[in-house]
Structure formats: C-alpha cells, structure tokens
Write a protein that binds this ligand. Structure first.
Ligand code: SF4
Ligand code: SF4
Length: 276
C-alpha cells in the first residue's frame, strides 16, 4: 500500500511514503538525451552537470516523460488498483499459499492509511480460506484498525521507541496512538509479532530496548519480538526520488549489540529472534 503518515529516518521504502504515483529517475541508465525535458509541458524536469532533476511541485504525473524515455531511466512507482484487481493477482497463487502453509501479507507504506480497501481485500482473502497478515506501524485511526482486525490472522506490529519526544523526532509523530492500537490488538486476541528496527544510536541503548520490552510485557506475554537490524538497502531510492537520506553512512548494528538487545527482551519472559 502506498502512503504512510510516518517519516522514519531509516525508512528503506521512501517510494511508499506518498500516497500517489511518483516518477523516479535512475541516473545509472540515463543517457542524458533530454527528451524528457522537451516532453514535460509543466517544465518540471531540468538538467545540469549532475543529471536530470524532477521538480516534484510542478509534476502533474501525466507520464509523458516516462513515455519518451527509451532506456527506462524514468518510471512510475505506484498505480491505482481496485480490490478486485489485487485479489485477482493474489488468487493466481492461492494453491501455492495453501501448499506452503503461507498466506497474504498486506504491507506498505501504511495499510491503516487505506482502511476500507484493506478490510475489503482481507475479507475476500479470508472468505477463500487464506491466512491473512498485516504489517503495520500501528499509526492510524483506531476505529479503522478495529474494522480490519476481524479479517486478520496475524499482526506484524512495529515498535520504534517508548519516549514520545524521541519517537516524534525519529518518525514525525509521537507513539501515543501506536500504544493505544497495540492494546486494542491484544484486547481483541489477534496473534501478533512485535517488530523492532534496531537503529544504532537511535533506539538500541539498553534502557531503550528495556523500555520497549517492559511496555509490551505489561500488556501481553504471548507476543514474541523480532529484532530487525538497521540496513542501508533503501539509500539509493532516495536519490531516485530527489530526496535526502538523513542517516548518511550510519553502520548496521554489531552482532554483540543485537545479542545484548535479544537478552534484554528475553529477560522479560518474551520470545525474541534476530531477523536478518
Ligand atoms: S529521457 Fe530518459 S534517458 Fe533521456 S535524459 Fe530523460 S531520463 Fe535520461
Ligand atoms: S510526469 Fe508529466 S509533469 Fe511529471 S515530470 Fe513527467 S512529463 Fe513532467
């Protein structure tokens, strides 16, 4: 799902943040022909010694630049689809899900940004007996979440920081609504896995991991933790979208740091895995 209200500094899917289709530019395959500049009627595209730039404020998403770009350096990310469209794609692999013990995961972006669509899609999947999973930041309307949970077999729930101000700094919003939604999922008894992105220097200190484990342990002992080590795989995508990657050359956490975080979580009686 494209569209997310959070702006986590480490986000590896910046193309999923805005809820509309966007033009991306890959400099590595651009031949600098300039055809896109000529094709763009709103003059959103310019070139300089560093290559092609897209003025996002001027882009009306007409797609004319994409049509003339022979090496496909320009592409659209995101397209509008109906519930029927998506369900047809999913249903093509229904046998595979059944044979492998798998299912469907709706992810993003943030699926709570499009709750009616998500509920309708998951309902269709459940009606055919598929296992359904949502992968959410937890930041969204609580009533919207409530409308989705009856069609959800498993929730993957992100937890990033327990300090509200720090959470605001790291993601753009406080965690108040997230914690409220976490409690709702527990109350509804939907199985859940807590997923913590471990970001060096931002949320991996002993007291920060302790605070997250403690907050979860107070409301449920059955939700396991997955620790997700920070990585830089999404860095290149920021450039393709003319966006700045704010974490620079931050290195992934060390094995020792991850082990330490795992031990802290387990000390609260919570099952914990490092997911690479
Ligand atoms: S049309 Fe494509 S290849 Fe040509 S300058 Fe534009 S982005 Fe580069
Ligand atoms: S999508 Fe249309 S408006 Fe946007 S940059 Fe391309 S040609 Fe210009």
């Amino acid at each position: 799902m494209k569209g997310c209200p959070l702006r986590c500094l480490w986000c590896s899917n910046p193309e999923s943040q805005n809820p509309w289709p966007e033009v991306t530019h890959r400099d590595s395959v651009c031949n600098k022909c300039g055809l896109c500049v000529e094709a763009c009627e709103t003059k959103a595209i310019s070139t300089d010694d560093h290559g092609v730039h897209i003025g996002r404020q001027l882009c009306v998403r007409c797609g004319k630049c994409v049509e003339v770009c022979v090496p496909e350096a320009l592409r659209f990310i995101g397209r509008e689809m109906s519930v029927d469209d998506v369900f047809k794609e999913i249903a093509r692999d229904a046998d595979y899900y059944q044979d492998s013990g798998g299912g469907v995961t709706v992810s993003g972006g943030e699926l709570l940004y499009q709750p009616e669509f998500t509920a309708a899609l998951l309902k269709r999947c459940r009606e055919t007996g598929m296992h359904t999973c949502i992968d959410t930041s937890g930041y969204g309307n609580t009533a919207a979440l409530e409308s989705i949970l009856p069609y959800t077999s498993l929730v993957l729930f992100d937890l990033k920081h327990m300090d509200q101000l720090k959470h605001q700094e790291l993601t753009g919003h406080s965690n108040e609504l997230i914690m409220q939604n976490l409690a709702l999922i527990v109350a509804r008894g939907v199985p859940m896995i807590i997923r913590v992105p471990v970001i060096p220097g931002l949320n991996d200190a002993d007291d920060e991991i302790t605070a997250m484990a403690c907050a979860v342990a107070e409301i449920t002992k059955t939700a396991p933790f997955n620790l997700l080590p920070y990585h830089r795989y999404g860095m290149g995508k920021y450039k393709m979208l003319d966006q700045e990657y704010k974490l620079g050359e931050l290195a992934p956490p060390t094995d020792a740091k991850l082990q330490r975080a795992k031990e802290i979580v387990e000390s609260f009686g919570i099952n914990c895995e490092i997911v690479l």
